[in-house]
Design a protein around this ligand. Sequence first.
Ligand code: HEM
Length: 130
Amino acid sequence: MDHKSSTTQSLYDRIGGETVVKQLVSKFYDRIMKDPELVPFFKNSSMEKLRHMQTEYFRAALDGPLTYAGLSLAKAHQGRGITARHFNLFAQHVLAALKELGVNTEDIDAVIARINLLAGEVTGGPAASD
Ligand code: HEM
């Protein structure tokens, strides 16, 4: 284990900034749309809403506080039947996309840790591992 990681640069900058984030969103989108367990959640969603959601998702993952000014995350997701399993599938797609883009393991772990902090709000229950 080494502890040389920079604490001054944001995760967003470390993984490659806007260029990599754009590639990430596009890869993530492709993966979600091919996942039979996730695609039904979005069948009535507009591209615009989805893009908004994904932008917020990656902001949450990389940049710290959400800038989203609409409904709370809990309200936006309640009653949709999103379970910890769906949440984790989401996270796995992000992980795979980050790997494909060559992001290092340490930064990938940091992204996943950030995202997991929001699990309770999205699923309406405590963060779980399954
Ligand atoms: C940290 C994780 C997540 C964040 C930050 C997030 C963020 C958001 C935001 C900001 C919206 C409102 C979008 C808008 O009205 O423009 C939204 C809506 C939504 N989210 Fe998420 N989300 C997360 C996880 C999930 C998961 C795991 C699922 C399902 C598997 C999901 C399904 C949905 C659906 C179905 C909508 C409604 C879209 C629509 O209005 O058509 N979200 N999300």
